[in-house]
Design a protein around this ligand. Structure first.
Ligand code: ATP
Length: 253
């Protein structure tokens, strides 16, 4: 049996004449935290949403836990955790009620307060989603991905807009999920986050995969070229790898 929970083979996504994802292939190992990195517009969200069964691919193959995305999208939905867009939360229900509603839909016996504790929102249980701050909304949306006890969780820029404490707490939560055997696929623009969390990262640029390795190997490879970081304590970090590979120019959003 393969220990790959995700297999993506030659994935292509076209939006009209524009090819956003240009034949990328990668595997994600069961139990790892896998990072999808790349500049704005690289194709990360497109790739993520195809794996989440939320967006149609143009061609290529995707297998999730051995299931073919083309044949068993519903079975795939049952084992994955997906962060919903804010619009997906019923504005007039409070957080506890939303969790109970989702738990009912998934037919799970979830303890809403315990779940709110994991993202430090217990005292907001009676608040409506629209009354939360941006960071609190973000944390709540991560909590809701856990309701169906997924084997595999997709997080699209989960710490964007969070304060440093919330970021670090979420890193701890993501690590706890891995310790429970959950596989996590995460997109992020923060290289420190990728370096801290991810066993392996894929770097995508303009729809093409330009690297797939562990952060440490990517850093060592850059250092082997003679790269030296100006006035740094350490000679290089993953941010150097990323900028060295993808350039420093502004990208369109
Ligand atoms: P970011 O870091 O800015 O979130 P990303 O790597 O997630 O970027 P995508 O959102 O996957 O990038 O977008 C990849 C490319 O596809 C971009 O050029 C974007 O404009 C284009 N694109 C995305 N969605 C659509 C759509 N529905 N219709 C047309 N083009 C789209």
């Amino acid at each position: 049996m393969s220990n790959h929970i995700i297999k993506v083979d030659n994935l292509v996504k076209k939006y009209g004449d524009f090819t956003a994802v240009k034949g990328i292939s990668f595997d994600v190992k069961e139990g790892e935290i896998f990072g999808l990195l790349g500049p704005n517009g690289a194709g990360k969200t497109t790739t993520l949403e195809i794996m989440e069964t939320l967006r149609e691919k143009t061609s290529g193959q995707v297998f999730i836990d051995g299931m073919d995305l083309d044949k068993e999208p519903q079975a795939i939905k049952n084992i994955i955790g997906v962060q919903l867009q804010a619009a997906g939360y019923y504005p007039n229900l409070n957080l506890k009620q939303i969790i109970n509603l989702f738990a009912g839909l998934y037919n799970r016996d979830t303890d809403p307060m315990a779940l709110l504790d994991t993202v430090n929102l217990r005292e907001k249980a009676k608040n409506k989603f629209k009354q939360l701050s941006g960071g609190q909304k973000q944390r709540f949306s991560i909590a809701t991905t856990l309701i169906n006890e997924p084997k595999l969780i997709f997080l699209d820029e989960p710490t964007t807009g969070l304060d440093p404490q919330a970021r670090r707490n979420l890193w701890d939560l993501i690590k706890q999920l891995r310790e429970r055997g959950c596989t996590v696929v995460i997109t992020t623009h923060y290289m420190d986050e990728a370096e801290e969390l991810c066993e392996r990262v894929a770097i995508i640029d303009s729809g093409e995969m330009i690297a797939l390795s562990t952060p440490a190997e990517l850093i060592d490879k850059l250092l082997a070229t003679g790269f030296q970081r100006p006035k740094a304590m350490k000679a290089a970090n993953l941010e150097d790898v990323f900028l060295n590979m993808t350039g420093k120019e502004w990208r369109e959003g």
